[in-house]
Design a binder for this molecule. Structure first.
Ligand SMILES: C[S@@+](CC[C@H](N)C(=O)[O-])C[C@H]1O[C@@H](n2cnc3c(N)ncnc32)[C@H](O)[C@@H]1O
Length: 260
């Protein structure tokens, strides 16, 4: 079984059990307790945060073009993009996620595609904007690097790409041997706590900045921000952080622009 087959099986299982809780792992909402409107509203708030940020750094996307949401799940973010762009596509490895996204679709200019390939099923230069959040962190590194190259390929000249990854795991400052032993023990227990997020078959993978930049070249990385996407209380409430968290996963959001 390839790593893509394993990913697809895992997400079909998660989507079949409780898709919304697999996407936003709020402990109080497991077992079908997410209110759908409340869940979808987190997507609208997240896209609003991203668009305000892009405007503030001088890279607003072309809303007259097409947007792509990679790893769209049930369309939490896709529907928010559809509200803002002339057309919109959500793509996901899980057919069950795509079926649920279609049943929640409010827009005739928005559509969903299931794809379990390492290549995106779109022509070169198709999209003015591409967004992906809380997806690549679940994808093995070799595959994730390939998707980054694919993101750049399907982006139109002048297009804007925004995606989140988990860059690394926060380690303590180690100075003396005794301190080092204590810190290693603490770090192990913090890793165990963080890994509780990896419920069931949900894998977590790191993608450090040097690797991200190499995979995206020659497209230009214009902005990198620390984010709260792996925090236990994330629940769709995207925030930009002034500094990396002191412990746990260090999330980064990249903004990339393709040359005209
Ligand atoms: C945590 S959910 C996030 C869904 C959506 N981005 C959101 O924030 O609401 C991760 C999604 O990524 C999808 N996914 C995982 N690996 C993928 C791949 N290789 N290609 C496309 N989608 C993938 C899963 O099926 C799942 O729907």
């Amino acid at each position: 079984m390839t790593s893509l087959d394993k990913l697809k099986n895992a997400w079909e299982g998660l989507a079949g059990r409780d898709a919304l809780s697999a996407i936003l792992t709020d402990d109080s909402k497991t077992g079908g307790k997410w209110n759908v409107a409340e869940f979808m509203a987190t997507g609208d708030a997240e896209i609003e945060t991203v668009m305000s940020h892009l405007a503030s750094i001088g890279y607003p996307p072309d809303f007259g073009g097409a947007a792509l949401d990679f790893g769209c799940g049930v369309g939490r973010l896709t529907q928010a993009l559809a509200k803002r762009f002339a057309s919109c596509v959500g793509v996901d490895i899980s057919e069950q996620m795509i079926q649920q996204a279609e049943s929640l679709n409010q827009y005739p200019h928005c559509c969903y595609v299931a794809s379990s390939s390492s290549e995106l099923p779109f022509d070169d230069g198709s999209f003015a904007f591409l967004y992906s959040n809380i997806v690549l962190q679940h994808v093995p590194r070799a595959l994730a690097k390939n998707y980054l190259r694919e993101f750049v390929r399907v982006l139109a000249p002048g297009g804007v790409l925004v995606f989140g990854v988990q860059d690394s795991f926060a380690a303590p400052d180690l100075s003396s041997r005794m301190v080092r032993v204590r810190h290693v023990l603490h770090l192990r227990s913090r890793i165990r706590v963080a890994l509780k997020r990896d419920s069931g078959d949900m894998q977590m993978h790191l993608l450090p900045e040097a690797i991200v930049r190499r995979a995206l070249a020659p497209a230009k990385v214009v902005d990198v921000r620390f984010t709260n996407t792996a925090a236990r209380d994330f629940n769709g409430k995207l925030a930009y952080l002034d500094r990396p968290p002191a412990s746990g996963y260090i999330g980064k959001q990249y903004c990339v622009v393709k040359d005209q």
